[in-house]
Design a protein around this ligand. Structure first.
Ligand code: ADP
Ligand code: MG
Length: 629
C-alpha cells in the first residue's frame, strides 16, 4: 500500500499526559487491556467462522502470546485473531478511540483522582499502552482474503505513521517500546503476576515468553517454565453448568482463587441467562475463630475479564463478607462507579443475588437443619449483618435466624417466645459471656428458665435491631432483672413488715461495710438458697453504659455509675447469719469480711473486677482462710 502520514483527528492536543496521569494509579492494567483486545479479536474471528463468514483451518490453535525482550526493551502482544485492514486501523485506532476517550475524559474529569476506580479499566483500552511506552507499533493482517498487512507507529504525540508491513500471518502484533520508568515490566515474574491477577480466567489461552533468554539460564529453570502450559484457565468453574461440577472442583477452585487452606462451608452457584446475564460462585467461608471477624472478597468479572474486587455498587454490601466470583456480562463496567449506582441492571442483579443467598440458606434450614445448626457459628454474623443492611433480606430470613440457648439447643425467636410465654411474655433473656455469667446461668437452669447466648460482636447491635423490628419483644441480659420464676413464691406467708425491717437493716449494714451511701440494696427470697446475693443492672442502664464506653467524649458515666442493685437472698444461710448476728459486737469484724465478700462474689459474676478490687478480694480471701484454722 502507499505510505501515508497524517494527523490523528482530535481536539485535545495533550491527551497523552492526561491518560498517563489518570491511569497512573494502576499502570498494570495496560497488560490486561492489550491481552483482552487480543482475546476479543480471536473471539470475533471464532464467531465469524461459526457462521461461515471467515475461513479458518480446523487445526488453528488460538492464543495470545506476550513476549518480552530485555535487550530491546520491548513487550509484544501477539494474537492470531481477526486482524485489521488499514481502513479499520484508521477507524478504530485513529479516530474512534481518541474521540471516545476525549468524550470520556470531558465527562469524568472531576472524578479522575478517585482511587481504585473502574474508570480507565475499560474503554481507553488500546491507548493505555502509552502509560508505559514511548512508542507503540501495530502490525496487523486482517482475516479478509487479499488484505494487505498494515504497520502503524505512534510515538506518544498525536502523530502517527501508517505503512505496509510484511506480516504474513493473520492477526495482530502490538509492540511496546517501553519508556525508562517502565523497565519493571520486562521482568518475567512481574508479568506473570499481573497476568495471573487480571487474566486468570480469560477465554483464550495466554502464554508468556522470554524472546531473548540469557544463555546462562540453567536447564532446570527452563523446564520449570512450562512454556506450553497457558497461564490461564479458559474454562473457569463458574462458567460450567452447576450440574456438572463436583464438590471437589468447587473446593479446589475456592482454594486456588482465595488461597484459603480451609474448605468453605457451602456455596451457591449462580447461573442466570435471563433477564440478565449473571454467573458466579459465592462461598461461605469457615471463620477464623480466634479473630472472629470475617474478611470476604468478591471478585467481579466481565466476560471472564477480571474487573476489580469488592465493588460495592454491584454487590450488596453484606455479601462482601463472603468469598466468591461474579461474572456479569451486562454491566456497563466501562463507566464510573457513580454511574453504576444508577444502572437498573445493577439493582436487579444485586437483588437477585441476595434472593439466591436467602433461598439457599432457607433450603439448608429446611432440609438439613442439623448441618445448618453446625454452620451457624460461622454464618450468623453474615446473616445478622445482612438483615441490618437490607430490609428485604431480613424479611426473607427472619424465620431461620436461630439462637443457641444455655442448654446448647438451637431455637428460633418464635420458638423461644412460645416456650417461655407463660413465664415471661415477650421477654428474651440472654447471656453475652457464658463464663462470667455462669452464676446466673446456673440459677436460671435450677429454676427451669431458658436464656439464649448472644456472644458475637454484632449481637448488641442486632438485638436493638430486632427490638425495632419485632415490636413488643425485649431482650434482657440475664443479670438485668430477677424473673418472678427465680423467686420463692411458696413463701407466701412472709411478713411484709418483717421484710421491710430486714431490708432496712441490710441496706444500712452494706452501705456501711462497703462505705458507699449510694448503693441500692434489695432483699428477695430466691429459690436457689446457696446464692447469697446477685448484682442486677437494668438492661437500659447497661446499654447506656455500653454506649457511653463507645463514645467516651460524652460524660454520662457518672450518671449511671450507681445503677447496680445488690439483691440479697434472705433464704441464704450467710445472709440469715448476718441478720441475726448484726448486733453482736464481737462478730462485727467477721460480718464486715463476709459482707464485703458477698458483694465481691456477686460483682464477679456480673462483670470483671478491676485491679484494685481484685487485689482486695484476694487479700481478704486469705484472711478468711486463715480464720478457718
Ligand atoms: P475496546 O476494546 O473497548 O473497543 P480499545 O481501545 O481496546 O477499545 O480498542 C479499540 C478497537 O481497536 C477495538 O474495538 C478493535 O476494533 C480494535 N483493536 C484493538 N486491538 C485489536 C487487536 N488485537 N486485533 C483486532 N482489532 C483490535
Ligand atoms: Mg479493548
Amino acid at each position: 500500500m502507499n505510505e501515508e502520514k497524517g494527523n490523528i483527528s482530535i481536539h485535545t492536543q495533550n491527551i497523552f499526559p492526561i491518560i498517563k496521569k489518570w491511569l497512573y494509579s494502576d499502570r498494570d492494567i495496560f497488560v490486561r487491556e492489550l491481552i483482552s483486545n487480543g482475546c476479543d479479536a480471536i473471539s470475533k474471528l471464532n464467531r465469524l467462522a461459526a457462521i461461515g463468514e471467515a475461513k479458518v483451518s480446523d487445526d488453528t490453535k488460538y492464543s495470545v502470546k506476550v513476549k518480552f525482550n530485555k535487550d530491546k526493551k520491548t513487550l509484544k502482544f501477539i494474537d492470531n485473531g481477526i486482524g485489521m485492514t488499514s481502513e479499520e486501523v484508521k477507524k478504530y485506532i485513529n479516530q474512534v478511540a481518541f474521540s471516545g476517550a476525549e468524550d470520556f475524559i470531558a465527562k469524568y474529569k472531576d472524578k479522575m483522582d478517585e482511587s481504585n476506580q473502574i474508570i480507565g479499566h475499560f474503554g481507553l483500552g488500546f491507548y493505555s499502552a502509552f502509560m508505559v511506552s514511548d512508542t507503540v507499533e501495530i502490525e496487523t493482517l486482517s482475516y479478509i482474503d487479499g488484505s494487505e498487512a498494515v504497520k502503524w507507529i505512534c510515538s506518544g504525540g498525536t502523530e502517527y505513521e501508517m505503512s505496509g508491513s510484511d506480516k504474513s500471518e493473520r492477526g495482530t502484533t502490538i509492540t511496546l517500546y517501553l519508556n525508562e520508568e517502565s523497565a519493571e515490566f520486562l521482568n518475567e515474574y512481574k508479568l506473570r503476576e499481573i497476568i495471573q491477577k487480571h487474566c486468570s480466567f480469560l477465554p483464550i489461552e495466554i502464554y508468556l515468553e522470554d524472546e531473548n533468554p540469557k544463555e546462562d539460564e540453567s536447564a532446570k529453570d527452563k523446564e520449570n517454565k512450562n512454556e506450553d502450559k497457558p497461564l490461564n484457565d479458559i474454562h473457569p468453574l463458574w462458567m460450567k453448568n452447576p450440574k456438572e461440577c463436583t464438590e471437589e472442583e468447587y473446593k479446589q477452585f475456592y482454594k486456588d482463587v482465595f488461597h484459603d487452606f480451609k474448605d468453605p462451608l457451602f456455596w451457591i452457584h449462580l447461573n442466570v441467562d435471563y433477564p440478565f446475564n449473571l454467573k458466579g460462585i459465592l462461598y461461605f467461608p469457615k471463620l477464623d475463630h480466634e479473630l472472629n471477624t470475617i474478611e470476604g472478597q468478591i471478585k467481579l468479572y466481565n466476560n471472564q475479564v477480571f474487573v476489580a474486587d469488592n465493588i460495592k455498587e454491584v454487590i450488596p454490601e453484606f455479601l462482601m463478607l463472603l468469598k466468591g466470583v461474579i461474572d456479569c456480562a451486562d454491566l456497563p463496567l466501562n463507566v464510573s462507579r457513580s454511574f453504576l449506582q444508577n444502572d437498573r441492571n445493577v439493582t436487579k442483579i444485586s437483588k437477585h443475588i441476595s434472593k439466591k443467598v436467602a433461598d439457599k440458606l432457607t433450603e439448608l434450614y429446611k432440609k438439613e437443619r442439623e448441618t445448618y445448626n453446625n454452620f451457624w457459628n460461622d454464618i450468623n454474623m453474615f446473616i445478622k449483618y445482612g438483615c441490618m443492611k437490607e430490609e428485604d433480606f431480613y424479611d426473607k430470613v427472619k424465620d431461620i435466624i436461630i439462637f443457641k440457648n444455655t442448654e446448647g439447643v438451637y431455637v428460633t425467636l418464635k420458638e423461644y417466645l412460645e416456650a417461655n410465654k407463660e413465664k415471661h411474655e415477650n421477654k428474651v433473656f440472654y447471656v453475652d459471656n457464658e463464663k462470667q455469667q455462669s452464676q446466673y446461668i446456673r440459677m436460671f437452669k435450677e429454676n427451669g428458665l431458658e436464656a439464649i447466648i448472644l456472644d458475637s460482636k454484632i449481637d448488641s447491635h442486632f438485638i436493638n435491631f430486632l427490638e425495632m423490628k419485632e415490636s413488643g419483644v425485649k431482650f434482657n441480659r440475664i443479670d438485668s432483672d430477677i424473673s418472678d420464676t427465680l423467686k420463692d413464691t411458696d413463701s407466701k406467708d412472709e411478713n411484709k413488715e418483717e421484710i421491710e425491717k430486714e431490708t432496712k437493716t441490710l441496706e444500712d449494714l452494706f452501705k456501711n461495710i462497703l462505705n458507699n451511701d449510694k448503693i441500692k440494696v434489695d432483699v428477695e427470697s430466691l429459690k436457689s438458697q446457696d446464692i447469697p446475693a446477685v448484682i442486677l443492672l437494668s438492661e437500659e442502664s447497661r446499654r447506656m453504659q455500653q454506649m457511653n464506653s463507645m463514645f467516651p467524649g460524652m460524660d454520662t458515666a457518672s450518671m449511671f455509675q450507681n445503677e447496680e442493685t445488690l439483691v440479697l437472698n434472705r433464704k441464704n444461710n450467710l445472709v440469715k447469719a448476718i441478720l441475726s448476728k448484726n448486733n453482736d459486737e464481737s462478730k462485727k469484724e467477721d460480718i464486715k469480711l463476709i459482707g464485703e465478700h458477698i458483694y465481691d462474689l456477686a460483682m464477679m459474676s456480673h462483670k470483671q473486677l478491676d485491679g484494685e478490687a481484685m487485689a482486695k478480694f484476694i487479700s481478704r480471701s486469705n484472711r478468711i482462710l486463715t480464720k478457718l484454722i
